[in-house]
Write a protein of this length. Structure first.
Length: 202
């Protein structure tokens, strides 16, 4: 079994935990309190700005073969994923520019930026966000919410192009061949941050 497949196997119980979280369950039903989603949107916007920095820090360490991959991922996150947040912000009254990181967001971004000092561990640490959201999106798309704003969120993360980006990270982890135990620790810590991130501050 490849390292990325092994990490995914370790992560599946934590994906199931996220699916049961009230915030995710509310998105799935389409009836999540708008104040909760507004707060999540603001926190995730701030998270993604640092996620772009994580990709950029890893790109500096990448081989020539994967420099373009990481630049592409940074570009996609900045121009496509953040564009989704900006387009949703008006409908939820979100203040993206005035938002400040809550404890979960600050802890997660600090963890990722620190782990990005090591190429292989950094890839493993960021994999929970890419693979986890792709997996969540696919599961939620099996019975998408009727509410159009939440449905659009589900469609974004269930998109095959997003799944392809996640698979690309998995392949890069396998090629980097980091220490297996260190990669497991980084991945599982990232997954725990993913679960905690749904407890958005109000």
């Amino acid at each position: 079994m490849s390292l990325s497949a092994h990490l995914e196997e370790l992560g599946r119980p934590l994906v199931e935990e996220q699916l049961k979280h009230p915030t995710v369950a509310g998105i799935a039903r389409g009836d999540l309190d708008e104040a909760v989603f507004r707060s999540w949107l603001e926190q995730d916007y701030l998270f993604l700005l640092d996620y772009v920095r994580v990709f950029s820090r890893l790109a500096w360490q990448a081989s020539d073969a994967h420099l373009g991959d990481l630049v592409d991922l940074a570009h996609s996150t900045f121009h496509e994923e953040l564009s989704l947040h900006r387009s949703l912000s008006d409908g939820f009254g979100a203040d993206l520019d005035g938002a400040r990181k809550g404890p979960a967001c600050a802890a997660y971004t600090e963890f990722l930026l620190e782990r990005a000092s090591s190429y292989g561990e950094g890839l493993a640490a960021l994999y929970p966000c890419m693979w986890g959201y792709s997996t969540l999106g696919a599961r939620l798309a099996e019975n998408p919410p009727a509410e159009p704003r939440y449905r659009r969120w589900v469609e974004t993360y269930s998109d095959p192009d997003f799944a392809a980006l996640a698979r690309r990270i998995g392949q890069m982890i396998d090629e980097a061949d980091p220490d297996r135990a260190a990669a497991e620790r980084a991945f599982l810590e990232g997954m725990r941050h993913e679960v905690a991130f749904w407890d958005v501050p109000l």
